[in-house]
Design a protein around this ligand. Structure first.
Ligand code: COA
Length: 389
């Protein structure tokens, strides 16, 4: 047996080969199947990017038209899913709702768990296309609004905003929302993607794998930083308070949310695109307050960190929450939207896992008790304090 090493949290461990996502952390570069995120954000749509992730190439015009038609047809929510959303406990998290919907959808298809040109995971597409629709419908029901049919003439981003607000967004808003989905569609071997691949490695369905990945993303160490950036902005309040807030937070060894990244040692390329979109949107709406506040925090924080010889740059979450806020998306939908976009990347990874599968089976370094004799119940002493339940 090969010699094994222990790496807590699997940090630095290469657990699979992948052709999907390349991240050059030192230079702040990100590529989906070789195409730079800058080019995809400028020229592509969420549908085309999803095609690229799932089919390993950019589509021809005809292929894209056909794929777009299938994606848009798949947006239609089955009556049972609408009922699930309506009945979902008010205190529940929309991440749990997404997990449940994806698991439910699994029971509506006949599974062919294989990787081939006809693989039905790439044929159904509702496990991607319905996600933003579920979220917008959740919000509508929460606000006491009626179910609204998706618009087949709108992109995924524009359709999401249309359902959320009940009226068509401007072209610019629709484009920005769709680009946000492109920016979040894939990001390599992180905790949720790894979770999805582990489940897929057992030849479980893609739905079970995606549902598990959503569960992993729900934790605040993974998804959720953009919501925290907004809380931070509430706390700081205005540009005048930035320096005193930073002094207080950094002297208490606190963190500036949306700053720094495990993988990028330069500015996250998605943050650069988000920042530009935030500026465009702020100017269109005539409200640059959030943008100005974020730029002030970025500059003051960078100056302090550079003084310490530790430059730290914004990650994608620094600007994304403010973009969503200006688009009218409530905070509790930020992480679920991330999941909706990432479902494309998860599915690509699940298909890749099946292509050359090996069941994941790491082992733990055992640090428990040595083998010992089982004591019959009557011989076990009662502890002074019963174990805490
Ligand atoms: N605010 C303040 N200081 C920060 C910081 C931040 N956002 N990010 C890193 N630092 C500092 C740390 O305090 C540490 O200083 P020290 O060496 O004096 O202890 C140093 O920079 C290195 O930090 P470390 O936590 O080892 O870097 P990392 O690469 O492991 O951390 C994150 C990456 C994302 C966990 C970290 O940057 C962070 O907590 N960011 C805020 C949360 C966030 O935005 N998360 C979303 C990520 S997509």
């Amino acid at each position: 047996m090969a010699e094994t090493t222990y790496a807590k949290g699997l940090e630095g461990v290469i657990a699979a080969e992948s052709e999907i996502c390349q991240i050059d952390g030192a230079n702040g570069k990100l590529y989906y199947r070789g195409y730079s995120i800058e080019e995809l954000a400028e020229h592509s749509s969420f549908e085309e990017t999803t095609y690229l992730l799932l089919y390993e190439k950019l589509p021809s015009r005809r292929e894209l038209e056909e794929f777009r038609r299938r994606m848009r047809e798949s947006r239609q929510l089955p009556a049972a899913v609408r009922d699930m959303i309506r009945e979902f406990p008010r205190a529940g998290s929309p991440m749990e709702l997404l997990q449940s919907v994806v698991a439910y959808l699994s029971s509506t298809v006949e599974h062919q768990i294989e990787h081939s040109a006809t693989c039905n995971c790439r044929r159904t597409l509702h496990q991607i296309a319905q996600m933003p629709v579920v979220l917008a419908t959740y919000q509508r029901f929460k606000e006491g609004e009626l179910y609204l049919q998706s618009r087949p003439d709108l992109s995924d981003g524009a359709n999401f905003l249309y359902l959320l607000r009940g009226e068509e967004p401007s072209d610019e808003e629709g484009r920005i929302m769709d680009t946000c989905l492109v920016l979040h569609a894939e990001h390599g071997f992180n905790a949720s993607t790894f979770t999805g691949r582990v489940v897929a490695s057992t030849y479980s369905t893609c739905y079970c794998s995606i549902s598990a990945a959503i569960g992993a993303l729900a934790g605040f160490l993974h998804g959720g930083a953009n919501e925290r950036v907004l809380k931070m902005l509430d706390e700081i309040g205005s540009k005048d308070n930035v320096d005193s807030w930073l002094d207080k937070t950094l002297s208490a060894r606190g963190r500036v949310m949306g700053m720094g990244h495990r993988v990028y040692q330069a500015k996250d390329p998605r943050a650069i695109i988000m920042e530009r979109m935030l500026l465009d949107l702020s100017q269109e709406k005539g409200d640059t307050r959030l943008y100005d506040l974020l730029k002030q925090i970025e500059e003051s924080f960078r100056a302090r960190m550079e003084e310490k010889g530790k430059p730290i740059y914004p990650n994608v979450d620094f600007f994304s929450g403010s973009v969503y806020t200006l688009l009218g998306v409530p905070r509790y939908l930020f992480t679920p939207l991330f999941a909706a976009a990432r479902s494309a990347g998860w599915l690509a990874h699940i298909l890749e896992q099946r292509k050359d599968n090996r069941l994941f089976r790491p082992k733990a370094h055992f640090i428990g008790p040595e083998p010992r004799a089982y004591a019959p119940l009557e011989e076990r002493p009662e502890p002074a304090e019963p174990a805490v339940v």
